[in-house]
Design a protein around this ligand. Sequence first.
Ligand code: CTP
Ligand code: MN
Ligand code: MN
Ligand code: MN
Length: 363
Amino acid sequence: PKPNGDPTAMLMKSYACQRRTPLKHYNSFLTEALEILSQNAEYNDNEGRSVAFRRAASVLKALPRRVRSMQDLRCLPCLGDHSQRVIKEILEDGSSREVESTRQSEQYQAMKALTGIFGVGVRTADRWFREGLRSPDDLIRTGQQLNREQQAGVQYYDDLQKPVTKAEADVISDIVEKAVHAVLPGAEIQLMGGFRRGKEVGHDVDFLITHPEEGKEEGLMPKITNWLKEQGLLLYQKTTRNSYLEKMDGPARASSNMDRFERCFSIFKLQKSHQSEASGWRAVRVDLVVSPYSQFAFATLGWTGSKLFERELRRWAGQEKHMSLSSHALYDSKQNLYLRAKTEEEIFAYLGLEFIPPSERNA
Ligand code: CTP
Ligand code: MN
Ligand code: MN
Ligand code: MN
């Protein structure tokens, strides 16, 4: 074959935000393995390693065909020695010993169960693991001190473990729309996160809310949650006020991945449509975010995900364009100014990137 004769290798760009990554792809047998190692690195507080495995997996998701030999990987970016070793073993033996022993390990399984509790991060889970705790039941049995969020997490653990379907997300969308319009007519509501990217299931449902008249959205969240509470639709909610100030949070902090919008992490009580089901309702995690209209395009881009796609966008902006991107704004360090945008398309254009639609941001 001619040198550079492989079109796949030639076209594969190194940042995930330069590529189209569909939801369904040809290499799950490899990406699932690499993502276990990524997850395990995260459990061990090794972010660099975790991101490396995730980037490797993401490159394979963007390939237009199944990987059959190591030859297929020539010239692909982001595949380090370790990832290549794992891929090689899977191609040759059908599985990787490192991946399988990780999957079976007590630490991996306990960390998965414990971080799977709403309100529990890696640090808390790790502390519990070192104290000998392995599951939500262990927390209850030993009477662990839990904050309000974690109490709800343990209480609704089984429901929250079950994937949320698109049909359930659509019912929640109708409820959220009704609540928002009851307290602020003219407000706009958009489904975000995995469902905006075309996923059929998710771990929660994400919404972004705004109003075309800037300022009308201020203080909106408590009104929405009160309405929902009155209807008996909320099992848990925690609202955080908007704390974004361009002058203070602008360039210096804009690249932080935590945004500062008014937001609400909640658990909805969703009535089941079929009365034949054992219990009449289930708990569903819902994230609500309120954005001023002028930041709506940035918020939309920032809350669509995937998490790796977002991370890569910010890395691209900083390293390749000397800009800082957040869910609030895009700041150009060379020109010393904020770049205004009304649409996601404009933001990609400022960044010198081809527009990638949400359904192809599944990096
Ligand atoms: N996000 C964020 N700040 C948070 C949590 C999430 O900006 N504290 C953003 C993420 O970057 C992501 C989006 O919100 O772009 C959705 O996050 P999440 O619901 O965790 O993931 P999904 O992609 O929706 O996947 P899933 O289906 O599992 O919910
Ligand atoms: Mn290594
Ligand atoms: Mn989500
Ligand atoms: Mn979410």
